[in-house]
Design a protein around this ligand. Structure first.
Ligand code: ATP
Length: 342
């Protein structure tokens, strides 16, 4: 278990982290998610020992590690830019930490080969120079280099962001399998919400050095605690006041609230339930993606709602079609209206 207790981090007069509290469980795949500059990396670097907090403490299984040197924390770090030694071979890169620890030649050889196999690096790649490898292979080396030291925590800072989209998905899946296989507590920093939702046991959403919400991917997506979280995660419709005033939603959304609904929860086919409202709509745009289509609907009062429908083989709704739309009241997320929105 990792505990961050009242952590504060200042850079000169800038308070990057004001008062950070969080507990991460043993074996969890835990993600720090948030926009650029919100403090994710700062907290990760503080955990690893690269930054000393100005206040507060970090506990590892009840042991205070706030001032323990980096190399004694047992944390393996993987960086966005891999931070490998480009002129050394893959083997030498993976072996580096074990050599520093003065492990025997035989142990180094056994462990390097073993971990290389696990991260899917081929035998013949071990003796190539790192600079001759592709980005994906280099990231595998960086992960192997961290894991070979058998850390109790693996900390990954945007490890996939330099890779192309296809490779990112492939490595993401491999990373998840690897984490399951090792059962190692993993902290993953990203600004990519899809990565966070697919990989994590739990996610912490950051905003300007503060935690907005901590929860499972399902909770973060379906019960976003704040307006910031609901906008940051996934595609969403803000329901216009015009639509609320001109529909049965008026009974449900008070004037001091703003209301949101996720695109896929705006249904073009009837849904059952006692809390379902039916609204009139006209299809004004459709984009066909093969597996699904995205629609833009014009609603009462002229406001627009986006929705997404899985394609089922027959021709979907053409532009101009008038149709009914079904919304479950329970799917509407409401937040206090701020001064700015009044
Ligand atoms: P990104 O995804 O862009 O790395 P992040 O959420 O990881 O964003 P941090 O790198 O943690 O953000 O930075 C948080 C804030 O602290 C930013 O405003 C950043 O400019 C500032 N900051 C980080 N490191 C330093 C430093 N060494 N000196 C001064 N300010 C810093």
């Amino acid at each position: 278990m990792i505990t961050f207790q009242d952590i504060q981090i200042h850079f000169g007069s800038f308070h990057a982290i004001k008062n950070f509290n969080l507990k991460i469980k043993e074996g969890e795949f835990f993600t720090f998610l948030g926009p650029s500059g919100c403090g994710k990396t700062t907290i990760l670097r503080c955990l690893a020992g690269f930054i000393s907090p100005s206040g507060g403490s970090i506990l590892l299984k009840d042991k205070d590690i706030t001032h323990v040197p980096i190399e004694k924390r047992g944390i393996g770090m993987v960086f966005q830019n891999y931070a490998l030694f480009p002129t050394m071979t893959v083997y030498e890169n993976i072996a580096f930490g074990k050599r520093i620890k003065k492990a025997s030649k035989a142990e180094i050889d056994r462990d390097v080969r073993d971990i290389a196999r696990k991260v899917d690096l081929k035998e013949d790649q071990l003796f190539k120079r790192v600079s001759d490898l592709s980005g994906g292979q280099q990231q595998r080396v960086a992960i192997a280099r961290a894991l070979v030291l058998k850390p109790s925590i693996l900390a990954l800072d945007e490890p996939l962001s330099n890779l192309d989209a296809k490779l990112r998905v492939q490595l993401r899946n491999e990373l998840k399998d690897l984490q399951k296989q090792f059962g190692i507590t993993t902290i993953y920093v990203t600004h990519d919400q899809e990565e966070a939702l697919t990989l994590s046991d739990r996610i912490a959403v950051f905003n300007s050095g503060n935690l907005e919400q901590v929860g499972t991917p399902y909770e973060i997506y379906n019960s976003s605690k704040t307006e910031f979280v609901c906008n940051f995660i996934g595609d969403i419709n803000k329901i216009d006041q015009g639509l609320i005033e001109n529909s049965p939603l008026k009974e449900f959304v008070p004037r001091n609230k703003v209301a949101y609904i996720r695109n896929e929860k705006v249904n073009l086919s009837p849904v059952s339930g006692s809390d379902v409202v039916r609204l009139k709509a006209k299809v004004v745009d459709r984009e066909f993606y093969g597996l699904y289509s995205k629609y833009v609907l014009e609603m009462a009062g002229g406001s627009l709602l986006k929705t997404i429908e899985k394609e089922s083989g027959h021709i979907g709704f053409e532009v101009g079609t008038e149709t009914d739309v079904y919304i479950r009241l329970a799917d509407i997320m409401q937040y206090d209206r701020t001064e700015r929105e009044n």
